[in-house]
Write a protein that binds this ligand. Structure first.
Ligand code: SF4
Length: 497
């Protein structure tokens, strides 16, 4: 049996589809969908009586239900080997109005192909369709004491472009999606008879969400100075195809000439770390003051707002780690927080209590993370607004020397996450921890809800270890930067003499 999700994979990459059938991988959702969409749909459309389909249903059930029901939810149909599911269909005289549901705020125009394929199956089955609409989450909905399905879900005859603007109707987009679906299904089935499919590395492998089979297709990671690591370079595949494999040999006419690309080329050609001492000195002198607080949050993203004051896709900060260094080289003081449930206000209060009253707060990649989280908390708890603003004002982004390319080491391979930097700048590594990635932490936190007492103890210990490692990594990276800077400055002074 094939599903529409298989066609999406096939459209992205034939090998991805083939591998997903031969070696299925579990889906790892980045967002927590903790509500029952069917329940919300029924509430929104005031549905009290409907046929409700379920996973694995015989497709005849939906066809039979169409004889006597006016509303079908999650109805399964099949054309040949292809199965589809229509989230909601409502009879309107002799046709069926269709509603496609999305657990996102702005279902994209690219979804029109998926909708077309569904409609094509219905057409081939002789089912007449009326209006076509999407139902999605309302981005500016703010939850009150209960989740209000009518305000949370909105229906539209539009899909959204990359700027989240609705300027084309679904019907207009469908006109551009025509294809011979039976032919596509036939091609897919033929592909499955192959014993192997060759893989060609291209932008498809990393566009949007990184392909889950990238390590299967390319078990040998590109070397440190591979052209594949050249940041934001649209011509890297073109250069690779022409035999330019190393950043050292890059065709300067082909690149965008960003600061990052410049520092990558400098590091590759000199075979040393690119380190702009003047830029790093300016960064330190213009805003870093002791005592230093090294701070990191962990959070869960909820598609459906779980607590009062939250919007769709708001996050819930459930953990922080804080290392405090009063003076350079002083013994570190460690403070931490980890809670379950609606711990937002407790999180704010303990953070304000734990943070030193002065000094810089070092955060890695703060703009899209910790600072943003505090702004969201400020909206939900305006009574702490001034104090949270003061915390944000003291934040210093430890990722800045890397994101602005003042520092680049080829071993970074085009990345500058803490996990990449720590083994380059110290003898530590995340690999020794039981939880070594942010999403692992979130998944473990989700498990706390249903875990028994022993598991809770073990999960909490691992979560605390992981978050503490993040702030300790910030300490290691900051001190490594200052040591290299001092060494460079000493060398420059000697040259002047
Ligand atoms: S890694 Fe690239 S080639 Fe391999 S399956 Fe994924 S998209 Fe296809």
């Amino acid at each position: 049996m094939l599903h529409i999700s298989d066609i999406k994979k096939y459209d992205r990459c034939e090998k991805l589809f083939w591998l997903s059938q031969k070696d299925p991988q579990p889906r790892q959702p980045y967002v927590y969908y903790h509500e029952d969409l069917v329940k919300l749909l029924k509430e929104k459309f005031h549905i009290t009586d409907a046929f409700e389909g379920h996973v694995g249903d015989d497709p005849c059930l939906a066809i039979q239900a169409m004889e006597c029901e006016d509303v079908l939810i999650n109805a399964r149909f099949a054309y040949g080997e292809l199965r589809i599911k229509i989230p909601l269909m409502m009879r309107k005289s002799s046709v069926w109005d269709l509603y496609f549901t999305y657990g996102s705020c702005y279902p994209k125009e690219s979804e029109s192909q998926v909708i077309f394929d569904h409609l094509e199956v219905l057409r081939l089955l002789g089912i007449s369709v009326g209006d076509i609409r999407v139902v999605h989450l309302q981005a500016d909905y703010i939850r009150k004491d209960r989740l209000d399905a009518d305000a949370l879900l909105t229906e539209s005859e539009y899909l959204y472009n990359h700027k989240n603007k609705a300027h084309k109707k679904i019907t207009e987009l469908l006109a551009e999606c025509h294809r011979d679906l039976p032919q596509v299904i036939g091609n897919m089935q033929e592909l499955l008879r192959e014993t192997n499919i060759s893989a060609q590395r291209s932008s498809v492998c990393t566009r949007g969400m990184k392909c889950p089979y990238i390590d299967t297709c390319f078990p040998q990671p590109p070397k440190d100075t591979s052209i594949m690591h050249l940041i934001s370079c649209s011509a890297r595949y073109e250069m690779q195809n022409k035999g330019i494999l190393d950043i050292k040999d890059v065709d300067l006419e082909k690149i965008e000439g960003t600061r990052q690309q410049f520092s990558q080329i400098m590091a590759a050609r000199s075979d040393t770390m690119h380190f702009d001492a003047l830029a790093v000195r300016t960064w330190i002198d213009s805003g870093i003051h002791y005592p230093l607080s090294y701070l990191d949050f962990e959070w869960e993203t909820y598609a459906y707002p779980p607590y009062e004051g939250m919007k769709p896709f708001d996050v819930l900060c459930f953990q922080y780690s804080l290392h405090i260094e009063k003076q350079p080289g002083d013994k570190l003081i460690h403070k931490e927080f980890l809670e379950q449930g609606d711990c937002r206000e407790k999180f704010i209060c303990q953070l304000l209590k734990d943070l030193p009253k002065e000094g810089s707060i070092m955060v890695f990649n703060m703009e899209g993370a910790e600072k943003l989280r505090l702004h969201q908390l400020k909206e939900q708890f305006p009574q702490y607004g001034a104090q949270l603003d003061a915390v944000c004002d003291r934040m210093v982004d430890l990722a800045l020397p890397f994101s602005t390319a003042s520092i680049y080491d080829s071993r970074m391979r085009g990345l500058f996450s803490l996990k990449t930097l720590v083994p380059i700048f110290s003898s530590y590594s995340y690999e020794d921890l039981d939880i070594s990635y942010g999403m692992d932490a979130v998944r473990n936190w989700r498990r706390l809800e249903s875990a028994d007492a022993d598991e809770v103890k073990s999960i909490r210990r691992h979560l605390l270890e992981y978050c503490a490692m993040d702030t300790y990594a910030e300490v290691l990276v900051y001190h490594a930067i200052t040591e290299i800077l001092e060494e460079k400055e000493r060398a420059m002074q000697l040259q002047d003499v």
